[in-house]
Design a binder for this molecule. Structure first.
Ligand SMILES: Nc1ncnc2c1ncn2[C@@H]1O[C@H](COP(=O)(O)OP(=O)(O)OP(=O)(O)O)[C@@H](O)[C@H]1O
Length: 366
């Protein structure tokens, strides 16, 4: 249900947000609203403005234009600057570096923000025990940061952030210092913590897998702009631009440039699909997912011959990548498949692509 339907304000509303650093605009007219309890992931390549946006949500940076409201209260605006500062917006921030106090025990680190907020001792002790248990680090309570591992330090940092019960949690690539196995474990942990606390969360990452597994809402950022905002499955099924189509999903979708010849769209001299799919366009980009491209000739399906590059077995099938000039095309082979680099590979396509985009990158088909 949206805010209008319930009459309640969204937990986070970002309106026409702009951030300039001198002549450079890092965040360009961003509009996002999410209801309470959402897990919003901001995802995009390095330098797209994710951290700048998160820092504005945290109150560490003021916007140049636009507004941020938490539950209907404006906390920052271009006109007013940072109206509620970082300490007064009921938001907790978790960074990639843990920044624990080295001279305090784990329990002492977690208790610290509660002390600052003048929680009475008994209530404080109870809450520290609670979050130690929630993060599964009760046994480490009396250790010092130097005596625990990186993964454990990150848990302590998260425990310290959630201890004061913020209604909004902000995460800036919190798992990027952990090894691959620990990252996957911590992903599930963070989702469990999100459910347990109910805090509206905003999570910055450049890792699209992290985005797709954790998010209730995703904003894909590119060059300071939101390319697309929505539920992960909507973005995956109906990407609005070629950027979103190729940024999300594993493996990335194939985009084939095609031009109109008579009543067909032709790719690399192969007529792939009917020209009626994009009336009025002479050149398009056709999106085929890896599962829509079969390795080997298939009766009645158009095909091209490419050069084998690599193969990866996945769940009893093989994901095969081949090169056609500079273009990488990924398809699926039944069972196990291998070849020598450069060997010819036939790739067959379904008759109707998953989506059609203009040369500019905007989606044409619905
Ligand atoms: N204080 C600043 N002064 C000038 N430019 C800045 C400042 N902070 C960020 N930028 C620029 O704004 C752009 C966005 O930076 P930001 O850190 O938000 O990107 P990001 O998407 O978080 O990247 P990464 O994933 O690499 O951390 C970059 O081009 C960066 O150089």
């Amino acid at each position: 249900m949206n805010a209008l339907a319930t009459g309640a304000a969204d937990a986070i509303e970002i309106r026409n947000l702009v951030k300039r650093f001198g002549a450079f605009t890092a965040v360009k007219d961003v509009n996002i609203s999410v209801p309470a309890g959402s897990f919003l992931v901001l995802v995009g390549p390095s330098g797209c403005g994710k951290s700048t946006l998160l820092r504005m949500l945290a109150g560490l940076e003021g916007p140049s234009e636009g507004e941020i409201a938490f539950v209907g209260q404006t906390v920052s605006s271009g006109a007013g600057g940072v109206i509620a500062d970082a300490g007064r917006r009921n938001a907790g921030l978790v960074f990639q570096s843990y920044a624990l106090w080295p001279h305090m025990t784990v329990a002492g680190n977690i208790a610290w923000p509660l002390k600052v907020a003048r929680w009475p001792r008994e209530k404080r002790d109870r809450r520290v025990k609670e979050v130690l248990a929630l993060l599964g680090i009760g046994a480490l309570a009396e250790r010092y940061p130097a005596e625990i591992s990186g993964g454990q330090q990150q848990r302590v940092a998260i425990a310290r952030t959630i201890a004061p019960e913020p209604s909004i949690l902000l995460f800036d690539e919190p798992l990027s210092n952990l090894d691959a196995k620990l990252r996957i474990e911590m992903r599930s942990e963070l989702m469990r913590i999100h459910r347990a606390t109910g805090a509206t969360s905003v999570y910055v990452t450049h890792d699209q897998v992290e985005a797709m597994t954790m998010a209730t809402h995703v904003a894909v950022l590119n060059n300071g702009r939101v390319e697309q905002f929505g539920k992960p499955i909507e973005l995956l099924r109906n990407p609005a631009t070629t950027f979103v189509a190729t940024f999300l999903g594993t493996p990335p979708a194939n985009l084939l440039p095609a031009r109109r010849v008579a009543d067909m769209f032709v790719f690399n001299d192969t007529p792939l699909t009917s020209g009626s799919i994009a009336p009025g366009h002479d050149a398009v980009q056709l999106l085929y997912r890896a599962e829509d491209v079969s390795v080997g000739a298939v009766a009645d399906k158009p095909s091209v011959t490419a050069r084998f590059a690599e193969a990866a077995p996945i769940a009893g099938r093989t994901m095969v990548t081949a090169m056609l000039g500079e273009l990488r095309i990924t398809g699926m082979a039944e069972g196990y498949f291998s070849a020598m680099p450069g060997d010819p590979v036939t790739l067959s396509f379904i008759r109707t692509p998953d989506a059609v985009f203009a040369v500019s990158g905007e989606r044409i088909t619905q």
